[in-house]
Design a binder for this molecule. Structure first.
Ligand code: AMP
Length: 208
């Protein structure tokens, strides 16, 4: 199953992707995670991406398209994949279509996790992640409930940056909802509910 996850930052894409990965063993291709790993490792890509990420702006299309195109050549993506945080612009969506048609592995669905922006601001500013396993929790988690690791706040989860990320989403990414609706691939789920309830709907919508 080849899936694109759509939705504003903090809508719960990462949480739903983690559940799908655990149950269906699909590779989770999160461009945000890939970029954060590059920043942590201090690679040239990380150095280039950091200032965009800290401001909540998008990393240039050519950089990110190259990263995903390369990842899609890996053998583990043959059985399917979950793309999380990509595409985020029309140029990225068009490039993805071109690459997948070259690989003869078309998308099965674009899954929109829909959440009101004000709910997102509250969610993101109280979000915490595990330094060791990437578990996504909240300010209430003093240590990671999964592995006991240290929880931290992402640099871009402060309120000013979150509001900019939401503006960027509205301008650059939300037009993709119509794009995928036009391709007859859009599936929309109300994400403002308990993650387990959202997940049940996700599976039903995808016919899993
Ligand atoms: P995320 O973890 O998906 O919220 O991504 C964190 C940050 O990484 C974003 O605010 C962007 O700066 C950058 N980023 C992630 N994915 C993309 C993408 N597809 N295009 C451009 N920038 C991206």
């Amino acid at each position: 199953m080849n899936i694109v996850l759509l939705g504003a930052p903090g809508a719960g894409k990462g949480t739903q992707a983690a559940k799908l990965v655990e149950e269906f063993q699909l590779p989770h291709i999160s461009t945000g995670d890939m970029l954060r790993a590059a920043v942590k490792a201090g690679t040239p890509l990380g150095q280039k991406a950091k200032s965009y990420m800290d401001a909540g702006d998008l990393v240039p299309d050519d950089v990110i398209i190259g990263l995903v195109t390369e990842r899609l050549q890996d053998a583990d993506t043959q059985k399917g994949f979950i793309l999380d945080g990509f595409p985020r612009t029309s140029a990225q969506a068009v490039a993805l279509d071109a690459e997948l048609s070259k690989l003869e592995r078309p998308l099965d669905a674009a899954l929109l996790i829909d959440v009101d922006p004000e709910v997102i601001v509250r969610r993101l500013t109280s979000r915490r992640m595990c330094k060791d396993c990437g578990y996504i929790g909240s300010v209430a988690d003093e240590t990671c409930p999964k592995c006991g690791g240290e929880m931290y706040q992402r640099d871009d989860d402060n309120e000013a940056t979150v509001r900019n990320r939401l503006d960027v989403y509205e301008k650059s990414t939300s037009p993709l909802i119509d794009y995928y609706r036009g391709c007859d691939l859009l599936v929309s789920i109300d994400g403002d509910r308990d993650p387990q309830v959202v997940y049940a709907d996700v599976k039903q919508a995808l016919g899993l």
